[in-house]
Design a protein around this ligand. Sequence first.
Ligand SMILES: [Zn+2]
Length: 345
Amino acid sequence: MKDNRIYPFSAIVGQETMKLALILNAVNPKIGGVLISGEKGTAKSTAVRALAELLPDIEVVAGCRFFCDPTISGKLCPDCHEKLDTEGRLTTSRMKMKVVDLPINATEDRVIGTLDLEHAIKKGEKRFEPGILAEANRGILYVDEVNLLDDHIVDVLLDSAAMGINTVEREGISYTHPAEFILVGTMNPEEGELRPQLLDRFGLCVNITGVSDPAKRVEIVMSRAHFEEDPVGMAKKWKPKDQELAEKIIQAKAILPQVSISKDLLLKIVNISIALDVNGHRSDLIMMKASKTIAGFYGRKEVQAQDINDSLEIALAHRMRRQPFEEMVIDPGRITELVRQKIGD
Ligand SMILES: [Zn+2]
């Protein structure tokens, strides 16, 4: 039986960094997803589902297997293109943003979909069976225990997340469809690592731990109990808060294209990467995107130094060069401390 009760996002106690990372991806999917590292039972899955629940419905082409966006003709699937050409218009409908779960044992075919070669050869037309990347288009792709997946599958997911499309090629025949999604991976570092090359390709990373503050834990237990006893009442109680957050996300999305960052602050970003000896240029780019998105979330059109500080942990935790025997994801507090030592505030 499917349980449709969804815990309200605003009712989640603590885990502020995880919530921020998810919100920033909802505002700006170009940030490139988030990897949530931490022990089991830390509300990861709850938070992701709760976020999708509060986000506004999306407009889709009615009946499209890829949930195409009717407002962007450049991002239509081949079916919708054809329909638009022959009928001159597309009928639309609205739907909730989806959270698609990637099964741990998913094969490549199941992920990317399959092309019917026989049909293509016999009839001269392409017949495509959509996979998980199609299902996840314009939604959230939730990959639990991403570190236990085959590296090759993780590669495919990250490629698609970065490009926003999925291309399947077999024997010289290819099929491309839109596959834009927010990639949320989780991992328990005790169960195995993720190669640094893969780690670096997740836009943001959050290291979460269980809540140890007794008062907070009491709050969690009470909130959980309330939810179990009276999910409807719980939803009602938190609806105004959730709605307020949804409004903030919608507004942030709208002003994001106008958010600017000064040369001085860009220099600060670059200096941080250099001082912390972070590999490559991705950290600069992600810190810039994240701080712009944070500014937008607070309704500002200009990045402030504080926005950069707020982006440090989530943008750099998985990109720092590690010492031998050091944790894969660096303790966030250490990053802020290092920056303070080397750069100042
Ligand atoms: Zn379509």
